[in-house]
Design a protein around this ligand. Structure first.
Ligand code: CA
Length: 109
């Protein structure tokens, strides 16, 4: 019985470590706005968002893409996210980081 408990403790510990490593890797590897994971934020990322918003066949976003696409940080993906990506690409705004305020507030572009 003690051996089973030790094995269970080791397995649980490994699972926790793996979970932490995976979470950190995801956070470090996700660049906000880089929806197609090309390594840069460009017009194509806005198009990927717009295609998904328009419901084009095969254009649905994965969970990781949705994380990268939600540059308005409101929990939904819509054309405003694409617009904010375009404003960033064109230099109209300098960052895609969170813009402050409370969740659900209107986004100040
Ligand atoms: Ca990209």
């Amino acid at each position: 019985m003690k051996k089973i408990n030790k094995i269970s403790a080791v397995v649980l510990s490994l699972a926790v470590i793996a979970g932490v490593l995976f979470t950190n890797a995801f956070a470090a590897g996700t660049k906000m706005g880089d929806v197609d994971f090309s390594g840069t934020v460009d017009v194509e990322d806005a198009l990927v968002v717009l295609r998904a918003v328009a419901g084009q066949d095969g254009a649905a976003l994965t969970a990781e893409q949705r994380t990268a696409a939600d540059v308005t940080y409101d929990g939904t993906i819509n054309s405003v996210d694409a617009l904010r990506i375009l404003l960033y690409v064109s230099g109209q705004i300098s960052t895609l980081d969170a813009v402050g305020g409370e969740e659900g507030d209107d986004i100040i572009l």
